[in-house]
Design a protein around this ligand. Structure first.
Ligand code: FAD
Length: 414
């Protein structure tokens, strides 16, 4: 494979890195505006995943097989798919290199390779995952194991973890806890389970408005919160997890905790080829203007999705609006016109606080509440569960990935 392609150069007009939520959604939206554009999507994976439903899989409320489709089935027909991974970016020369030895030159680059789950940063985790009660809804391979463990637990200690932010869907670590506890409560098991939520940070949720309603559920489920407690090591066979715990004076101690169930959310980092490129900010993320999503140093480059340096919640909901902004802005740029649209930092986190009810947290930059519907946003609702569990998955496959821009109102530049 490598020899076959080695040294070839592909010339493309608009190149999209990544065929995930952002890459496919963007390519579809752009081609809907102009089907004659020359759009190349570089994506190594043969599968496309709807990750937001993995929380539901782990809670026994969605089938794993419905969260994946062949990449070929979601790739827009008019797009040219290059099935390879980008290994380096040279924005000075508008050139990419691929892992199969090819190069790609571009006029405009749209960066959306998502983020990398850094499982290896927790010692022993990769060996332990999927057995000994160690699981994660962040992995397609293990989300169903979460549900198997939850159903099987009759008592003991259940530990849920959350690493330092930024992470994708910052509410997902606690969604796993709520759905598990709800099942144990309904089956009379919760009184025998010692539930603990260990967070590397010091707050239950990043937007203060939602903390009080979420605390009610933490109390209802009698879960203990351990703030500033960061998972660093797991021994699967010994069912022991180690946490670095920081006290008020800043002193860090290592604490070992036994578990029967451990739901882990891994640390999350920018993909290596972005971190190592001149597209990156100091933290490794693709450095774009928070409103236009145009790169701050390379005007012909835009980014959207989890790879962005922007401070919005890293969610598919954010991508839904970013797609429109980047599609319009890149087309304006190509016509040498001013960029017309600005992104307000919208993101959404449907918090599955119990099976059948969701608190729909929708907010933008600086935690500004941006509810789509005229309803009190802090209330757990059945309608929001219906949205999360039924409408949004359908909308994802049939709307967002097909360039249908529903619920995507965005602001014009003043
Ligand atoms: P991805 O969808 O991850 O796609 C990135 C793509 O880039 C992948 O296909 C990958 O193969 C490709 N790629 C990687 N490296 C390279 C490379 N070198 N070259 C080329 N291609 C590359 N969002 C919500 O809105 N609501 C939710 O309730 C929600 N819950 C979530 C729960 C869980 C458990 C998880 C894991 C995520 C959840 N999300 C949720 C977040 C949402 O799935 C992501 O924010 C979204 O998928 C980001 O889209 P993306 O395109 O940036 O990244």
């Amino acid at each position: 494979m490598q020899d076959q392609h080695w040294g070839q150069t592909i010339s493309a007009d608009i190149v999209v890195i990544g065929g995930g939520t952002a890459g496919i959604g963007f390519a579809a939206s752009l081609l809907k505006r102009d089907p004659h554009l020359n759009v190349t999507v570089i994506e190594p994976s043969a599968q496309h995943y709807y990750q937001p439903a993995w929380t539901l899989v782990g809670g026994g409320a969605h089938e794993l097989k419905n969260t994946v489709r062949p990449m070929a089935a979601v790739m827009p027909r008019q797009a040219h798919w290059v099935q390879a991974a980008v290994s380096s970016v040279d924005p000075e020369n508008r050139l990419l290199t691929l892992d199969d030895g090819r190069s790609v030159s571009y006029q405009n680059l749209i960066v959306c390779p998502g983020l990398r789950l850094a499982w290896e940063k927790i010692e022993g985790l990769q060996e332990a995952l999927g057995q000994h009660g160690v699981t994660s809804n962040y992995s397609y391979r293990h989300a169903a194991y979460t549900w198997q463990l939850v159903k099987g637990l009759r008592g003991g200690k259940a530990i849920f973890t959350q690493p330092a932010v930024p992470i994708k869907c910052a509410g997902a670590p606690q969604k796993a806890l709520y759905l598990s506890c709800d099942h144990w409560l309904r089956h009379g098991v919760l009184k025998h389970v010692d539930v603990e939520f260990n967070l590397a940070g010091a707050a239950l949720f990043g937007v203060a408005t939602f903390v009080a309603p979420l605390m009610k559920y933490i109390e209802k489920y009698r879960a203990r919160l351990a703030f500033n407690s960061n998972l660093v090591k797991v021994d699967g066979p010994a069912q022991t997890a180690w946490f670095e715990v920081r006290d008020a004076a800043g002193t860090v101690t290592l604490q070992a905790k036994k578990f029967d169930l451990l739901h882990v959310v891994p640390p999350q980092v920018s993909p290596d080829f972005i971190r190592q490129s001149s597209l990156a900010d100091a933290a490794g993320w693709c450095e774009v203007d928070v409103h236009s999503l145009q790169h701050v140093r390379y005007p012909d480059v835009f980014a959207l999705g989890d790879v962005c340096s922007t401070s919005n919640a890293k969610t598919a909901a954010a991508v839904r609006k970013q797609i429109v902004v980047v599609a319009e802005n890149v087309l304006a740029l190509r016509k040498q016109q001013p960029l017309p649209l600005k992104y307000d930092g919208y993101g959404s986190c449907p918090l599955t606080v119990e099976k059948g009810k969701v608190i729909l947290a929708e907010f933008g930059y600086a935690g500004k509440l941006l509810p789509t519907f005229p309803l009190e946003p802090t209330v757990a609702r059945r309608s929001a569960w219906f949205l999360k569990a039924t409408l949004l998955p359908w909308f994802y496959w049939n709307g967002m990935l097909k360039g249908r821009e529903w619920l995507t109102r965005v602001s014009k530049v003043d």
